[in-house]
Design a binder for this molecule. Sequence first.
Ligand SMILES: NC(=O)c1ccc[n+]([C@@H]2O[C@H](COP(=O)([O-])OP(=O)(O)OC[C@H]3O[C@@H](n4cnc5c(N)ncnc54)[C@H](OP(=O)(O)O)[C@@H]3O)[C@@H](O)[C@H]2O)c1
Length: 342
Amino acid sequence: MTVKGNQAFKAFSVSEIEESEGSFKYLGSLTERRIADLPAGDLLIQVAYSSINYKDALSATGNKAVTRHYPHTPGIDAAGVVVESGVEAFKPGDEVVVTGFDLGMETPGGFGQFIRVPVDWAVRLPAGLTLEDSMIIGTAGFTAALCVDKLLTNGLAPEYGPVLVTGASGGVGSFAVALLSQLGFEVTAMSGSAEAAEFLKELGATEIIDREHFAEAGKRAMLSERWAGALDVVGGDTLFNVIKSLRYGGSVACCGLVAAPSFHATVLPFILRGVNLLGVDSVNLPMAQRLPVWQRLGEEWKLASLARLRQPISRADLESAVQQVLQGRSIGRLVLDHAAEP
Ligand SMILES: NC(=O)c1ccc[n+]([C@@H]2O[C@H](COP(=O)([O-])OP(=O)(O)OC[C@H]3O[C@@H](n4cnc5c(N)ncnc54)[C@H](OP(=O)(O)O)[C@@H]3O)[C@@H](O)[C@H]2O)c1
């Protein structure tokens, strides 16, 4: 396929509109972009699939911690085919996956049919996965896998007891429930969504608890020991309630902040129960650590329930999907298929 600089392509683009002095609103719409508008980079990629993550919803609604310059094409995930390559490592026709780094933040992302990125951001499509599979996984699933990997490295094993997943019906949470249960863990899913209960059970959760009970910072310094490990996407006081409920020597992998970035804490669970708080970042993870996790996701960690997580959408659905994510109502993984007719 040859692509000319003036060739147009379709994209979901977000514009910043000044309503009154210093006050802006953000409008998403289906637009045309040109290849020549894309930034310089080693690889021009025709995007087949993308997905929606929490961060995309922030970028699409003017969160300046994610995106400062508009008009902008969000999409922190993209999977597709190399169309032009300025480097030896990839040739036209190669299938690649790009997640994280600056994609979809300041760099036009996967909500457009083409992206151009530095070679250091691209992962060859792992064996065992289709392009669509890789976007059912996307940043959310990849992050869940990083959390599980860190918990296992810190000694978690199924025989030590149940594991808790918070924000369980969302992208990271649902993938984590499925992966942990496939690895033989007894999984408790914490959720605020009653309609997701059946879905979470199908993914392997054996217990579902209401997130409301864990949302407030309580007065008690410690809570009874419940979980051998936990994976938290919620942050805020929920995270510290989880820490207070870990069994002796247990760990929680912390990767998100949907409730809040800060929490009230004491050192007591750490010095009385020896529990561990493990931070996880998927965005700037070096390639040497990124590749083995992607490989594993196509091999021994390939989810039997991968298709069950997929909620397919077209570009025309992006605006409502963004609102769904912001309201905490999305279930599973919203996968954008650029070939689906809007
Ligand atoms: N560190 C990293 O590299 C990394 C990578 C990916 C994502 N993240 C972060 O992880 C978090 C989750 O991302 P995601 O893509 O999975 O988002 P998501 O699909 O929107 O899922 C978040 C889930 O959290 C729950 N939730 C929503 N609002 C809540 C609130 N106010 N209080 C408590 N629970 C709430 C909901 O599940 P229930 O209804 O089931 O409770 C929701 O489905 C985000 O903060 C994101 O930025 C970080």
